[in-house]
Design a protein around this ligand. Structure first.
Ligand code: NOJ
Ligand code: CA
Length: 555
């Protein structure tokens, strides 16, 4: 086990950090089996260091049947043998800490895999057993119990209930799953469940993990005292934005996080956490307080069109919320669940992304230049804001969403279980291209590894590779490296002041130390304001800021 050492920097490092999300199966494959692995990450630590990031967040790497890309965890305190070993995990932490990069791991507490030993035990133990009490089992309706307990749908398809076969071979009870049937929900009223997650948090904290990303953090506690929910969507009930929805964002969930906080604070430095919670904006602060998880993702920008007014409104609201909860802001443009942002910005406004994906990218024209220009500008904009920025692997290469993956190669349950209704998240999970030449390492995966890749990589992926980016001084990668590096030296108090501009396409603000960010959302050039230019997402033309460009200035 690695001997955890305090990394230089203050205890509040997470408040203004740049965190890079690694989707382990698609990052780097050292042994050539087509699946990214821990050894591949260790090999690429110098690359991670070159990004000047403060931390990485590893999406699940635990043993899993991969019914949901690893978010179906079969053993919370181990590594999937296809990805590596615990020893390799320790080595990775050690190597990352040596270069001052901290590590977040993903905790998936709402549900386990159906292959988890507890769920297997629940199946064997039968009705009314303590083993079944760790999950949410109910009898079906009707004389034979063959009608599902309620009309609840799941995130991934038509029903949130699946029937089991009892140990004696007869059709039996039903269990609840908000996601795929292979992801049974835990019963958080059960003390053993609570204790086991504390054990997991300690297990990884003892190994030197610095922080945790909490999956579906708003769904753990449920209250069925008014009957089983029979809803047809998985969104929080808009008439219950106050903690009274039976499935989501109940006030009781914070008791769990207050207990976790005590565990985090046993460590030096205290472990940190970020909640993935789709709760109403005014309730996110409760997840982000110092007594609970400390930070919560703000996903507003994932759904925002490229529009000055919209961005300004979302930024102001987020600043107010952060002030109220005492937490810091979080900024996210992409992750492993959404269409990559250069694609979102390159498609006409209001494009139906599901339809676009289903049509293999043919239902609407993609303006790639516009997509990348806006992506470069928006990244610089969010990096200049107070708070933490969460980046998703591949965005630093300018990767677009892949919509034409052969349908037989798809892996995402969201795709299989909602025929004709949902996109596949595989489009943003294609392995990273490292080399320009497809067979650079002898395999066929653009340097991802010496073999193939678990999801097919498009033939033109080489032009987005790390090598191609490195060879071009104006590349997206070089912009990310410069901007993130420069940001470190510019950090100051978590405040901004908007600067008025007559042009309604301009979003201009200043930080207390005189660092300014100026974004031209429009297509026509606008006049550069006074100040020393530090960096620009596009080359300036004389004293004009080109369209869809962000410039940083020092007043
Ligand atoms: C959110 C994760 O980001 C997503 O990938 C996953 O499918 C669900 N939670 C279920 O765990
Ligand atoms: Ca591998």
């Amino acid at each position: 086990m690695s001997d955890y050492k305090f990394i230089a920097g203050d205890k509040k490092w997470w408040r203004q950090a740049v965190v890079y999300q690694i989707y382990p199966r698609s990052f780097a494959d050292l042994n050539g089996d087509g699946i990214g692995d821990l050894a591949g990450m260790i090999d690429r630590v110098p690359y991670l260091k070159s990004l000047s990031i403060d931390a990485v967040w590893l999406s699940p790497f635990y043993p899993s049947e991969l019914a949901d890309g690893g978010y179906d965890v079969a053993d919370y305190r181990n590594v999937d043998p296809r990805i590596g070993t615990l020893e390799e995990f320790d080595k990775l932490i050690e190597e990352l800490h040596k270069v001052n990069i901290r590590v977040f791991v993903d905790i998936v507490p709402n549900h386990s895999s159906d292959q988890h030993e507890w769920f297997q035990a629940a199946l064997k133990a039968g009705r009314g057993s303590p083993e079944r009490d760790r999950y949410i089992f109910h009898d079906g309706i009707g004389e034979n119990g063959d009608i599902r307990p309620s009309e609840l749908v799941s995130h991934f398809g038509p029903t949130g209930w699946t029937r089991v076969t009892e140990p004696d071979g007869t059709p039996g009870q039903w269990y609840l799953h908000l996601f795929a049937p292979e992801q049974p929900d835990f019963n958080w009223d059960n003390q053993e469940v609570r204790d086991d997650f504390i054990k997991t948090l300690r297990f990884w904290s003892d190994r030197g993990v610095d922080g945790f990303r909490i999956d579906v953090a708003h769904a753990l506690t449920k209250d069925f005292s008014d009957g089983l929910p029979a809803r047809s969507t998985m969104d929080i009930d808009p008439t219950k934005p106050d903690g009274s929805d039976p499935l989501f964002d109940r006030d009781e969930v914070h008791e769990i996080y207050r207990q976790w906080r005590k565990v985090f604070n046993e460590y030096n430095p205290p472990r940190v956490a970020v909640a993935e919670a789709s709760a109403p904006a005014h309730r996110l602060g409760a997840y982000a307080s110092e007594e609970t998880l400390g930070q919560a993702f703000n996903f507003d920008l994932l759904h925002a069109d490229w529009n000055t007014k919209r961005f300004k409104h979302l930024i102001s609201n987020s600043m107010k919320r952060a002030e109220k909860s005492g937490s810091s802001n979080t900024w996210v443009l992409s992750n492993h669940d959404v269409v990559r942002h250069p694609t979102r910005y390159g498609l006409p406004d209001k494009t139906d992304l599901v339809k676009w994906y289903i049509s293999e990218g043919k239902s609407a024209p993609l303006d790639a230049k516009q997509g990348i220009d806006r992506a470069r500008a928006s990244t610089m904009l969010i990096l200049a804001l107070p708070g933490s920025t969460y980046l998703y692997q591949g965005e630093e290469l300018g990767l677009f969403e892949v919509a034409d993956t052969p349908r037989e190669a798809m892996q995402d349950p969201q795709w299989f279980r909602n025929p004709g209704k949902a996109r596949s998240r595989d489009g943003c999970r294609i392995p990273l291209p490292w080399a320009t030449n497809q067979s650079a390492l002898g395999g066929s995966s653009f340097g991802f590894g010496p073999g193939g890749s678990h999801l097919p990589m498009p033939a033109d992926f080489g032009k987005y590779s790390v090598a191609a980016n490195e060879a071009d001084t104006n590349s997206v990668l070089n912009l990310y490296r410069t901007a993130i590096g420069m940001r470190k030296g510019l950090q100051c108090a978590e405040e901004i002041k908007f600067i008025f501009n007559w042009n309604r396409s301009v979003l201009h603000f200043a930080r207390p130390n005189g660092w300014q960010s100026f974004t031209n959302f429009g297509k026509s050039p606008v006049k550069l304001p006074k100040g020393k230019v530090l960096l620009s997402s596009q080359p300036l033309v004389g004293n004009q800021v080109p369209g869809e460009t962000t410039v940083w200035l020092q007043a």
